[in-house]
Design a protein around this ligand. Structure first.
Ligand SMILES: [Zn+2]
Length: 323
């Protein structure tokens, strides 16, 4: 836990002591006695008409149900600019749309929303803003392989494997996710990173590592308690330890040729690729993953196949303990 949430907890605790003195009960980490669930304000979101989007060349599909998950991505390309202007946000929105339409052959931008390093939020796929405001439907996008009917995705401009996001991006991400969670009644444990669905680095180790803090911040702005999910770990070449050993045991049990030494080297990577190919695991589909060769990562879409027939929840819990 870093940054603002630690401060907020201390402030709450002090408030709790004061409230106890006048007879109200409060507990560590709980919302203040006076807090009640509240609505999140709609942040400024620039619609497709404002940033110069091309019209979609395939029909926009609006599903008659709410999305289940809010998913955080990073764009990787074009890297970490220091241009924090609104015009830059509009430019990257156009660039992503062009890539998705002309290179990927999709009818429009894959993500529903984009958040720039300057904290400017734009609508991605057409109609996403209008449908979010309605709060009952979902614009089908293309940003999480095999889960697009369940997820509403936010592309965050930049590469966050080693460095942190700018404060402006963070603040607007909190505001946007809080608004989405409120509109759709999505609880904070359903705020996810792309890697919680596909074997991908997205949204980068640093931004992914801040998701617990994002859930805390969103919960605080909605006046509710944060819920934190347990997720499958993402393993890649270079990793060592008990989680790798467990992965190697499971791969061997499925017939892959790898020794159980706790070292994720080239042989383990080959075994993961071979297992993924044999089981038809498709590659991730977001803007970031299109720019990186991510084959051989062992993530959230491969663990369930490796543990088929086992008590998956128990395995997941154990992996989290030994990680
Ligand atoms: Zn992604």
């Amino acid at each position: 836990m870093t940054g603002n949430s630690g401060f907020d907890r201390r402030a709450l605790f002090k408030g709790g002591i004061a409230a106890t003195a006048v007879g109200a009960l409060t507990t560590w980490g709980a919302a203040p006695a006076t807090a009640a669930p509240r609505r999140a304000a709609e942040p400024v979101i620039y619609g497709t008409d404002l940033w110069g989007a091309r019209p979609p060349d395939q029909p926009i599909e609006v599903l008659d149900h709410k999305p289940t998950y809010i998913v955080v991505h990073h764009t990787v390309e074009p890297g970490n600019t220091e241009d924090y202007s609104r015009e830059r946000a509009f430019q990257i929105s156009r660039d992503i749309q062009t890539f998705h339409m002309d290179t990927r052959g999709w009818g429009d931008s894959g993500q529903q929303f984009t958040n720039s390093r300057g904290g400017h939020i734009t609508e991605g796929r057409h109609r996403s803003l209008e449908v979010l405001r309605g709060g009952t439907q979902h614009v089908l996008g293309a940003n999480v392989g095999n889960h697009n009917s369940e997820v509403v995705g936010i592309e965050n401009e930049g590469l966050y494997t080693d460095v942190d996001v700018p404060q402006a991006l963070w603040d607007s991400l909190v505001n946007l996710v809080a608004y989405m969670a409120d509109q759709y009644g999505i609880t904070t444990d359903f705020i996810k990173g792309h890697r919680d669905f596909n074997s991908t680095e997205c949204p980068g180790e640093v931004l992914y590592g801040r998701l617990p803090e994002l859930r805390e911040a969103v919960a605080a702005s909605l006046g509710v308690q944060a819920r934190q999910p347990v997720e499958w770990p993402l393993l890649r070449q270079g990793d060592t330890g008990e989680q790798v050993r467990e992965a190697q045991r499971l791969l061997r049990a499925r017939g892959e040729k790898v020794s159980v030494d706790g070292v994720f080297g080239p042989a383990t990577r080959s075994a993961v690729r071979s297992f993924a190919d044999a089981n038809g695991v498709s590659t991730a589909t977001c803007y970031a993953s299109a720019h990186t060769d991510e084959r051989g990562l062992l993530g959230a879409d491969i663990w369930p196949l490796l543990t088929d027939g086992a008590d998956r929840q128990a395995v997941k819990q154990r992996l989290a303990r030994i990680g």
